[in-house]
Design a protein around this ligand. Structure first.
Ligand code: GFB
Length: 319
């Protein structure tokens, strides 16, 4: 069985691999693997919310394999403010991509889910078979239900048409090339941006919530390797959770970001702002059966990499 590492992945060759969301957090990490002839499609190349444009894109590229990462995503802030937009856009994108793939004979397609779409409260650790057994957290129900329908559509296509389409479950993925928006970004990218500005302007670093919530932070480079491994080596109908199972509190994360940014100012926890889900730990049993030796990047190293990338590229970052 292929163990994913940068050498194997950069050697891997697909007749024609298409990556949607090609300019995003995981898409740019896959680009670094140097897969020959891979085609990266970004939002500017085709509005995947429009079926005609989506089908025309697939007919033009004729992919044999697809890594479907395109989505309207955001952190707890963006999700709380725009549940309608997040539901509508993601339902359209996912429905169109899977149908265009089926109609153009795509052999293997992998889509990305997230632990935030699971029921909350839930029995921990989160298991793939419990995905639909309860309401998602109110902070992101729009996005969560749209993504749950992606899992349903994937398995409905497998059942009716025998499509070898699979789903993977990411946790809180972070890294270079993320969306560093202060309002809509995920926590790592938003805090890196906030800490950079607090240091520059000599102001306090404002953190949302109590700092108590726990998250499983996974670096985009690790998810990139695992996604390429999965498209070659994972064929089960059940979503595969991709996590080390290691939880970090928001408070620990903030202190890490401040340390790597060399920020020595005051950190304020604004408890009027939402904590969102308190924790969402993944069940790693199946992952360890497939890849017992996979080494996830420690959050300290990943945060350092993200901070350094941000400082080197600011202001030319997505924000
Ligand atoms: O990444 P995040 O926004 O989303 O993490 P979720 C939110 C956690 O970080 C909450 C705290 O506990 C926030 O209180 N936090 C502290 C902050 N300061 C900040 C800040 O400046 N910005 C942000 N964004 N958070 C998301 C889902 O849930 O998980 C998405 O909403 C997606 O759909 C993502 O699936 C993986 O982890 O709460």
């Amino acid at each position: 069985m292929n163990k994913p590492n940068s050498k194997t992945s950069s050697m891997v060759k697909f007749p024609k691999l298409l990556i949607t969301g090609g300019n995003g957090l995981v898409g740019t990490a896959i680009k670094k693997l140097g897969i020959p002839d891979a085609v990266f499609v970004a939002r500017a190349d085709a509005d995947l919310r429009d079926f005609k444009l989506t089908k025309a894109l697939f007919e033009k590229i004729k992919p044999t394999h697809v890594i479907h990462l395109a989505a309207h995503v955001g952190g707890v802030g963006g999700n709380s403010l725009h549940p309608g937009e997040y539901f509508r856009d993601n339902i359209l994108i996912n429905t169109n991509v899977l149908e265009a793939a089926r109609l153009t004979g795509v052999k293997k397609l992998v889509s990305m889910l997230s632990t935030c779409i699971f029921p909350d409260p839930a029995i921990f650790p989160l298991k793939a078979e419990d995905l639909h057994k309860g309401q998602p957290h109110p902070s992101n129900f729009g996005y969560a239900y749209a993504k749950r329908m992606l899992e349903v559509q994937t398995n409905a296509y497998r059942k009716e048409w025998g499509c070898d389409y699979i789903t993977l479950v990411g946790t809180n993925i972070y890294g270079p090339n993320d969306n560093f928006s202060l309002e809509n970004g995920h926590v790592v990218s938003s805090l890196v941006h906030k800490c950079f500005l607090a240091k520059k302007n000599k102001t306090d670093l404002e953190v949302w919530g109590s700092g108590k919530p726990l998250r499983e932070f996974v670096l985009s480079d690790d998810i990139a390797k695992l996604t390429v491994w999965a498209i070659e080596s994972y064929d089960e109908a059940e979503p595969l959770m991709l996590s080390s199972g290691i939880e970090t509190s928001i408070k620990e994360l903030v202190l890490l970001v401040a340390e790597k940014m060399k920020f020595t100012g005051r950190v304020i926890f604004d408890t009027k702002k939402t904590d969102g889900q308190l924790r969402k730990p993944s069940d790693t049993t199946k992952f360890l059966k497939y890849l017992p030796e996979f080494k996830f990047t420690p959050v300290e190293d990943g945060v350092e990499k993200t901070v350094n990338w941000f400082v080197e590229n600011y202001p030319n970052v997505r924000k």
